[in-house]
Every structure is written in C-alpha cells, then in structure tokens.
Design a protein around this ligand. Structure first.
Ligand code: FAD
Ligand code: DHB
Length: 390
C-alpha cells in the first residue's frame, strides 16, 4: 500500500495534520497505538492561544469549540496570600480560550470518521524505515498481521515516548534537556471553578493552579515531589492541601467534590534538533516538551502542524521544497521562545526544594517587580497569549 504522507500518532498533532492535508486533497494514513476510548478520556491540556483556535477552525473542527469554549481576558498570579490580575486583553489586545484537549481529540476523531479518513487505531510495533530514501516505509502489526505502507513523507507525531524520534540516528540529533525535582498532581471534578479566570499560586508549601474545563467543571493542580504516588492522594488530602496553598478568600469559596480523574505529570524541558531527518518530519511532543506552567505544549504542537501542513501543501500543489527545507528552523525559533517562557514561568511560581536563600529572595523580588511593572506584565502577557506566527 502507498500513501502520500504517513503519520505516526493520532493525538492532536497527528489528527490535525491529517485533517489539514486531507482538506487540501493529500492522502494520509494515521497509525495510532491506543484505542479510541482511551484517547477520548485523556485529560491533559486546557488552555488555547487564539492562533490554535484559528487553526482548528480552519481544519473544520471549530464549531463546538466556538460554542463551548470559555474566553479569558486575564489571569491571576497569587503569592504571599494576595491575588494579582494580569490584564491579558488590556496589555496585548488578545484573549485565551479554555477548551479541553479531550474535546479537541473527540472533535478531530469525529471529523475523520465523517470524512472516511484512514486512521488505524491499535496499530502495534510501528517502525520507520528508509528515511533518507525517496520511499520511506512504515511497518506495523494490526490484530497480529504484519502490514507495510510506503510513503512520500513521514510525519512523526507520536509524542515524547514515541518511536519516530528514536528512528533518527544519534549522531544527527542533538538533545537539550532539563528536568525538575517535582511533578504536577491534577484533579478533575464537577464542581464550580473557584474563580472565573485561572489562578497560578506561589506558596511556601508548593505551587498550585486553579483552572477549569467549563463553568461547572474544575481542574486543579498541585506541585508534588517527583516520586509521589497518586494512591497516596485520596480526594480529601488533595482538597485540604489545595486549600492551604490558595489565597484565603479563594479557599473559603472552594467547592470540593468527587474527583473524576487524578493523574501525575512529570515536569521536563526537552528539545530535539533538527526536527527533520531525510523524509521524516517531527511535530509536537515528539520533538519538544515544555513544563506545563505556561500552557504552551499543545499550542506549540499546533504551530508545528501549521508549518508542516503549509510546507507539504506547497510541495504537492506547486512543487516547492523551500518550505520543507525551512521547516525545522522555522519551528525551532518558536519552540525556543516557548521553552524560555515555560522555564521562566515555572521558576517564578514553583518552590524548588534545593533553592538557596538567595534564590528564594530573588524569586520574591521578581514577583513583586512583576505586579508593580506594566512592562514586566506585558512581557508575561504577550508570551502567555502566544507570540505572533513568523
Ligand atoms: P501526544 O498528545 O502525546 O500524542 C501522541 C500520540 O501518539 C498519542 O495518541 C500516542 O498514543 C501515540 N503514540 C505514541 N507512540 C506511538 C507508537 N509507537 N505508535 C503509534 N502511536 C504512538 N499544552 C497546552 O498547550 N496548554 C495546556 O494547558 C497544557 N496543559 C497540560 C497539562 C498537563 C498535565 C500535561 C501533561 C500536558 C499539558 N499540555 C498543555 C501539553 C499537551 O498536552 C501536549 O503538548 C500535547 O498533547 C501534544 O500533542 P501531540 O499530539 O504532539 O502528542
Ligand atoms: C491548564 C494547564 C496548564 O498547564 C496551564 O498552564 C493552564 C491550564 C489546564 O489544564 O487547564
């Protein structure tokens, strides 16, 4: 079997790419190792830049998003028990949207189903071959039977733990990485969100984030140590720790309830360069990971997919190869700015167990500078709403 673009991974990157290419008449096959049920239930991201909303809309999956998303004009930073609002709209003219990644996943899956796209779920043992030839191949097993697809190009959209990045020889790939000595414990519950906008809380017991999925569904995160076990966090312990970390007025308002989901996410900064090897192009978490603090992961993935779809469409429609050649540097310029911001925002809001007294004082000074300086708030706001697409 032959296809034009073979796509490894049916998460948001892979399915969005397949959608944009499909609308341009380019044939794709998506190989995803999980089941549809598993993908629909995966919680993860919640905050979208306007550019991501626009891209999803261009891909024909913007209808429910337009109806159900919550638009936020600002965001709060809390420390020393006080709340400070950053006026995103006033400072940048732009807003951000709350709409869960699981909903995006469902919308993309439904659109592919309606279009009759070739999406293979439960594809096992996916492997990549002939990447530096003009006929790269994907091999996999489906229900025990071996399959092979030859492609013009392969897009590696299989996330951080996928096989695509591993298929690039070590001598041609450079890895830049930073790990953090803590993780995020997240909880989802059908309770009223404690505030109509997000609150990022710096507290001596550790960072906390109050976010949401809808007007009646809350999402909260706590900084915990990297080796924490979810089983040690029954709901009551989570809620009581959250109450201690958020400002007192918010804690009084906090509605608690049964958790629908509870999960742990490690924090990591990671970039693999270049994002291309021969006819393989990496996109999204397969090429880079940011700590979640700046809400950049899914938005960066969407920007990669936009650039890659533009490059592939230009190749198929008018024979241009310059956009394919420029793909990796174009993405990486944006990736590094988001890396810097996510690392900075993590450093600003978290408690680092090994921090010296000097570093603690400098963090406190940075927070008090931020709330007093319009210039500092503008710098945060323009990164948070998303840098312009270049
Ligand atoms: P993934 O979502 O990881 O998808 C990769 C797909 O490939 C998966 O479906 C996987 O099953 C499949 N796959 C893997 N290996 C194989 C294989 N060998 N063969 C076939 N298929 C394979 N980002 C934001 O922008 N805003 C936020 O608010 C935000 N909050 C977050 C909160 C948390 C707690 C976490 C953990 C992440 C958050 N992110 C956020 C990041 C965001 O979730 C990711 O950046 C996003 O999922 C990346 O999409 P992707 O499609 O590139 O990778
Ligand atoms: C969410 C996650 C984030 O990492 C973030 O910075 C903002 C919001 C969320 O899950 O809603």
């Amino acid at each position: 079997m032959h296809t034009q673009v073979g796509i490894v991974g049916g998460g948001p990157s892979g399915l969005l790419l397949a959608r944009l290419l499909g609308l341009a008449g380019i044939a794709t096959v998506v190989l995803e190792r999980r089941t549809p049920q598993y993908l629909r239930a995966r919680v993860r991201a919640g905050l979208l830049e306007q550019a991501t909303v626009d891209l999803l809309t261009a891909a024909g999956v913007g209808e429910r998003l337009a109806r159900e998303r919550l638009t936020h004009d600002g965001v709060e930073i809390a420390f020393d028990g006080r709340r400070h609002r950053i006026d995103l709209k006033g400072l940048t003219g732009q807003t951000v949207s709350v709409y869960g990644q699981a909903e995006i996943q469902k919308d993309l899956m439904a659109a592919h189903e309606a279009a009759g796209s070739n999406v293979v779920y439960e594809a096992e043992d996916v492997s990549l071959h002939g990447l530096t030839t003009d006929r790269p191949r994907l091999r996999y097993h489906q229900a025990g039977a071996a399959q092979e697809i030859s492609c013009d190009f392969i897009a590696g959209c299989d996330g951080f733990h996928g096989v695509s990045r591993q298929a690039i020889p070590q001598e041609v790939i450079r890895i830049y990485e930073r790990t953090y000595p803590f993780a995020w414990l997240g909880i989802l519950s059908d309770t009223l969100p404690v505030n109509h906008e997000l609150i990022y809380c710096n507290h001596e017991r550790g960072f906390a984030l109050c976010t949401m999925r809808s007007l009646t569904r809350s999402r909260y995160y706590l900084q915990v140590s990297a080796d924490e076990d979810v089983a040690d966090w029954p709901d009551e312990r989570f809620w009581s720790e959250l109450k201690r970390r958020i400002p007192a007025d918010a804690a009084r308002m906090l509605e608690t309830g049964l958790s629908l989901e509870k999960s742990l996410a490690q924090l990591r900064s990671f970039v693999a360069e270049p994002m291309r090897h021969g006819r393989l192009f990496l996109a999204g978490d397969a090429a880079h990971i940011v700590p979640p603090t700046g809400a950049k992961g899914l938005n960066l993935a969407a920007a990669d997919v936009r650039f890659l779809s533009e490059a592939l469409i230009a190749y198929y429609q008018v024979g241009r190869t310059d956009l394919l050649d420029g793909y990796s540097p174009r993405c990486l310029a944006r990736v590094w700015k988001a890396q810097r911001f996510s690392w900075w925002m993590t450093a600003l809001t978290h408690r680092f167990p090994e921090a010296s007294a000097f570093e603690r004082r400098a963090q406190a000074a940075e927070l008090s500078y931020l709330i007093a300086s319009r210039a500092a708030q503008t710098a945060l706001a323009e990164n948070y709403v998303g840098l312009p697409i270049a």
